[in-house]
Ligand binder design. Structure first.
Ligand SMILES: NC(=O)c1ccc[n+]([C@@H]2O[C@H](COP(=O)([O-])OP(=O)(O)OC[C@H]3O[C@@H](n4cnc5c(N)ncnc54)[C@H](OP(=O)(O)O)[C@@H]3O)[C@@H](O)[C@H]2O)c1
Length: 293
């Protein structure tokens, strides 16, 4: 028996297995393409001959494959072996996929924990690697000591969908930021300003703007988007046109920034011109809006 089995040895699965080994845990590994297991075998991992052997090797089974369909497909071959074990699925997916996977695993007698990895492989094992978990509290408490080998663990609740919900929401914030940065560097780069020259200013501006976010949280939680507004939506919607026009004039695609303009205009049309930008959350929540209407 090993302390933990790691199924899936892509860039992330390999980093997970290495982190367990580095913290002194015994590890059994399995990957569809066996060659990827060799580097871990050299570091002390046991290479299972089959996925079922890997599952039977440990009470704690970590799975990190590409997508959920792959996980279903791969684990189907070993479903009988899951009974009584804890399955921790760190594959990126949606809350709905996580809940369905949880039902499936529990239906086969396993404890289920879903996870979201907020890190890239080189960060795994360090404290800055945040791993979100949700699902069986009892199983999480039992294995928390082992899971801490991967980074900083955060347990979110019994609903297996919570970890992917937090994961996807954090990624949404990240991609929004990245989209804006791409536009900014396209604009400055088009006139020959080097990215390295502009980046410090951009980073400092983005850091300053983060300061507005706690107030947004207050406004959203209290549903009060109009008191003490210093940069109202109407003003921002008018100024935003310049961002579109300047991009177009410079031959820069507006595909990343046009949707924000559409949303701002929708907000103004809905009577939110004097409200803060935070009020746009209500317009994005289409199903909630339909219930209110
Ligand atoms: N890398 C990151 O920065 C990062 C960060 C956070 C989260 N994640 C998530 O972690 C998961 C794994 O990412 P990764 O970077 O390790 O990806 P990867 O390097 O592309 O590895 C994919 C893994 O999935 C396996 N796989 C794919 N299709 C399969 C199938 N039909 N049957 C069995 N195994 C199959 C691959 O096996 P083979 O080796 O045989 O192809 C490999 O082990 C993804 O859900 C990803 O979103 C990754």
């Amino acid at each position: 028996m090993s302390d933990v089995a790691v199924i899936g040895l892509g860039a992330m699965g390999t980093a997970l297995a290495e982190a367990f080994l580095n913290k002194g845990h015994s590890v059994t590994v399995w990957n569809r393409s066996p060659a990827k297991a060799q580097v871990l075998a050299a570091k002390g991992a046991v290479v299972a001959a089959s996925l079922e052997d890997a599952v039977r090797s440990s009470q704690l089974i970590m799975v990190c494959l590409l997508v959920y369909d792959t996980v279903h497909e791969a684990l189907a071959a070993a479903q009988e072996a899951l009974s009584g074990r804890t399955l921790v699925n760190l594959t990126n997916g949606t809350p709905e996929q996580a809940r369905a996977m949880s039902d499936w695993a529990v239906g086969h007698g396993a404890n289920y924990i879903d996870g979201g990895i907020m890190a890239v492989p080189p960060m795994i094992g360090g404290q800055h690697a945040l791993i979100l978990y949700s699902g069986s509290r009892q199983a999480f408490d039992t294995h928390a000591g082992q899971l801490d080998a991967l980074g900083t663990s955060m347990y979110l609740g019994e609903d297996a969908g919570l970890a992917p919900l937090y994961d996807i929401s954090l990624l949404a914030g990240m991609y929004g930021l990245f989209a804006g940065v791409l536009q900014a560097l396209s604009l400055t780069g088009a006139v020959g300003i080097r990215a390295g020259e502009f980046m410090p200013l951009l980073m400092s501006w983005l850091n300053a703007m983060q300061g507005a976010l706690p107030k947004w949280a207050e406004r959203i939680d209290s549903d009060d988007h109009t008191s003490a507004v210093v940069s109202n939506l109407g003003m921002q919607a008018d100024a935003y046109v310049n961002l579109i026009d300047a991009s177009t004039a410079a031959g820069i695609s507006t595909e990343l920034v046009l949707p924000m303009q559409d949303l701002m205009r929708r907000g103004v049309a809905a009577g939110k011109a004097n409200a803060d930008l935070s009020s746009l959350v209500g317009l994005l929540q289409l199903s909630k809006q339909a219930t209110r209407d």
